[in-house]
Design a protein around this ligand. Structure first.
Ligand code: NAD
Length: 285
């Protein structure tokens, strides 16, 4: 293996410790950062995600409310509940776990969250703030990718970053963040004709597609940084990313594993955003 591993688990632990310290300081001033997590229905993956988010709040000393609603909840009922949480002084972050049942318009619900409590960073106001470089909440997974680059001391100025995937939650926001750090950014997607030509030029590759072994060793420039956001399953049911890790690790300079790479960073950045929201409400930021 020539690549150095970027350990998302270890970095997460370090960042969560930092959050715990900030939470302690807030508590000393009489503020307990609070996150409300809303789950509608019984989606098994969502149940695991929300449980992990609540556990992370407990670990960092934050207050959390987990609200579980039946999948018969109406859109009007959910919108009313979000409105109450928008006005609740003990809540600094609101997260509505997606997907939502069919009768509920997810966009409408996300847009009903007060932007100052949008710790998932999915509101159009948050997307607009990221686009224009204004203060706002960055979506957690791409924010985690940027923290990993910061952690290895990587200077993006003048570097070519190739993002594979253009979703609103990963591809597009991470491209904006890389641009903000002065990288030259190329976004590739399902209609890109010559993916390998693009990735071979990249100093940094972010793979966010959801296809196993999409990025192979022959597509990577020696020494490149490879961040693997993908979460897929092998035929044996094991978690894996978009990158052919065994091959690419022999060519890349830095690489994130799956599991233990970008994955743990997502919830960690949710904690960072929630803590920051509480600090902002206290006028500290
Ligand atoms: P998405 O399905 O919304 O977007 C996938 C993107 O990949 C699309 O923009 C599409 O154009 C592009 N694409 C599809 N086939 C392609 C191809 N052959 N070549 C190039 N581009 C192609 O997915 P998403 O929500 O952005 O998630 C992407 C992956 O990241 C998934 O595996 C998801 O599970 C994972 N994910 C992980 C985390 C985490 O915490 N680690 C968070 C969010 C998403």
């Amino acid at each position: 293996m020539t690549a150095q591993l970027i350990d998302g688990k270890a970095l997460s632990q370090k960042l969560r410790q930092e959050v715990s310290g900030r939470v302690k300081a807030l508590k000393a001033g009489g503020i307990v950062p609070g996150l409300a997590v809303i789950l509608v229905g019984e989606d098994p993956a969502s149940q695991v995600y929300v449980r992990n988010k609540v556990r992370a709040c407990e670990e960092t000393g934050m207050y959390s409310v987990l609200e579980k609603w039946p999948d018969t909840l109406t859109e009007a009922e959910l919108l009313a509940r979000v409105q109450e949480l928008n006005e609740d002084k003990n809540i600094h972050g609101i997260l509505v776990q997606l997907p939502l049942p069919r009768q509920i318009d997810a966009t409408k619900v996300i847009e009903s969250i007060a932007p100052e409590k949008d710790v998932d960073g999915f509101h159009v106001a948050s997307a607009g703030a990221l686009m224009t470089g204004l203060p706002g909440f960055w979506p957690c997974t791409p924010y985690g990718c940027m923290k990993m680059l910061e952690h290895i001391g990587y200077d993006l100025k003048g570097k070519h970053a190739v993002v594979i995937g253009r979703s609103n939650i990963v591809g597009k926001p991470v491209a904006m963040m890389l641009l903000q750090q002065n990288a030259t950014v190329t976004i590739c997607h399902s209609a890109t004709k010559n993916l390998k030509d693009m990735t071979l030029q990249a100093d940094v590759i972010v793979a966010a597609v959801g296809k196993r072994k999409l990025l192979t060793a022959d597509m990577v420039k020696p020494g490149a940084v490879v961040l693997d956001v993908g979460m897929n399953r092998t035929e044996e049911g094991k978690l894996c990313g978009d990158v052919d890790f065994d091959g690419v690790k022999e060519v890349a300079g830095w690489i994130t594993p799956v599991p233990g790479g970008v994955g743990p960073m997502t919830i960690t950045m949710l904690m960072v955003n929630t803590c920051e929201s509480a600090e902002r409400s206290a006028g500290q930021r």
